[in-house]
Design a protein around this ligand. Sequence first.
Ligand code: SAH
Ligand code: SF4
Ligand code: F3S
Length: 480
Amino acid sequence: MAEPIPMNPAQSEYIELIAELMTIRKRGDVPKAFIRTYGCQQNVADSERIKGMLKAAGYSFTDTPDDADFILFNTCAVREHAEDRVFGNVGALKNLKRRHPSILIALCGCMMEQEHVAKRIRDSFPFVGLVFGTHCMHEFPELLYKSLVDGSRVFVRDNDDKLVHEGIPVERDGRIKGWLPIMYGCDNFCTYCIVPYVRGRERSRRPEVILAEAREMIESGYKDITLLGQNVNSYGKGLDPRPTFAGLIREIDRIPGDYWLRFMTSHPKDCTRELIDTIAESEHISLHLHLPFQSGSDRILKEMNRRYTREKYLDIVNYAKERIPGVSLTSDVIVGFPGETYEDFQETLSLIREVGFTSLFTFIYSPRKGTPAAEMDDPVTDEEKGRRFRELLDVQEQIAAERCASMVGTVEKVLVEEKAKADGVLCGRTSGNIIVEFPGDDSLIGSFCRVRITEARNWILRGELACSEAVQISSINKST
Ligand code: SAH
Ligand code: SF4
Ligand code: F3S
C-alpha cells in the first residue's frame, strides 16, 4: 500500500505558527472559522482541504458568521449569477467587520483567479483581508499566517505551477457521501466556459495516491464516493506510464467493501465504449452516467468547441443503454448560446426526448469575460431565451415524471442518507441518483436498504422497506 504523502514541510510549519498565534487572538475558547462554498464539487472538495488545514491549526467550525474569527467564501465564476451572489454576500459582511474588527475576511476560489474581480475586491471591499486563487490553495497556511500577523491585505493569484499538491489534510463535510478529486484543471476550452482560465491546465493525481485515499474512505465507512475532474475521461494525461480512467476505476472497484462509486464529469468526446463496458462489468460503479451534451444542434456544438456531434453523443448513449440496463442518464444543457436559433433549440428538445434523462442541470447562457463566446453576436433577446428555458423545463419535467412513474412496483437498492422533512421518514438515493423517501428508523441512515417503490411524485420516489434489515450491498444484485 502507498505510504501517505506528507504535507509540504514549510506549510506544516505555518500551521504550527498559526496554532500558537491563535491561542492569543481568538474571541472564544478556540478560534472559529466559517466557510461558505459556492459552485461545483471541485470547490466543495477544495473547501474540505482548506478545512483540514484550519483544523490542523486548531480551528473549530461554526455555521454562523457572527461567531467566527475567520470567514472564508470559496467562490465560483461559471455564471454571472454565481458571481453576483458572492459580491452581494461579501458586501453584507461589512457591518460584521465593523462590529468585530479582529475578524479576518477572506475570499478564494475560481472568481479570484480573474484579474478584474481581484481588482474590484481590492478597490470596493477594503474589509476583505485575504484573497487567493485556486492555484494558491496549497499555500493557504502561509497566506493565512501572513495576513494574521501583518494586518496588511494579502492578494495572490495566477500562480499556475502545473503541480499537483499532495498531503493536504482533509476535513470532509459528510460521513456517508464523499468527494475524491482525481485531477484538476481543464484543457478543453469550450467557447462559453471560464473554467480553463480559472483552474489552469489539466493535471492528474497519481493512481496510487487516489487508490490510497479511496481505500481510506471506504475503510472509514464512506458508502458513496464520487471521483471528481472536469473531464475524467482524459485522466492520466502527463503521467508516465499513462494510466486510463477505465483502468483507474477498475482498480478502485477491486477494493472490497459496501460502497458505490460515481464519477463526474465525463466529456462525451472522450467517453469510450471501454468505459461503458467497465461500468457494466464492475461491482461498485453506480448505474449512473452524467454526460453533459450542452446542445442538440451540431452547428451550436461546433460553435461551442465541444468536439462531438449529436450522432456521436447518441451513439455512446445508446451503447450505454444496451450494456447497462436501467442506466440513469443525467446531463447539463445550455439554452441561448449566442446565435442559437429556434430550430437549434428544437434539436436540443428532440435530443432530450430521445435520450430520456433522469434529470438535467439547465442553464441559460451567461457571457464570461475573456471567453470566445462572449465576443460572438447574440441577437436573441433575454425574454426569448427565458421562453425557451421554460419550454425545456416543461419537456424535461414530463420525461422525469414518466421515468419515475415507470419505477413504481420495482424494488430498488437505496443508500439512506438522512431524515426527510416529515417525521419518521428517511431520504436516500438509488444507484441512478434518484431520491427515494420511505418510512423507517433513523438507525438505517448510512446503510443500504431494499425499498419497494409505491409512488412517484415528479422526480421523487416514495416507497416502503422491502426487507426490514439493512442489507449488504454485495448481497444485492447490482442491477436490481
Ligand atoms: N467540465 C464539465 C462542466 C463544468 S461547468 C463539463 O464539461 O461537462 C458545469 C456546467 O455549467 C457546464 O456543463 C455548462 O452546462 C454550464 N456552463 C458553463 N459555462 C457556462 C456559461 N458561460 N453559461 C451558462 N452555463 C455554463
Ligand atoms: Fe468548461 Fe468545457 Fe472544460 Fe467542462 S470541458 S470545464 S465545459 S471548458
Ligand atoms: Fe464554478 Fe470553479 Fe466549479 S467556476 S463550476 S467552482 S470549477
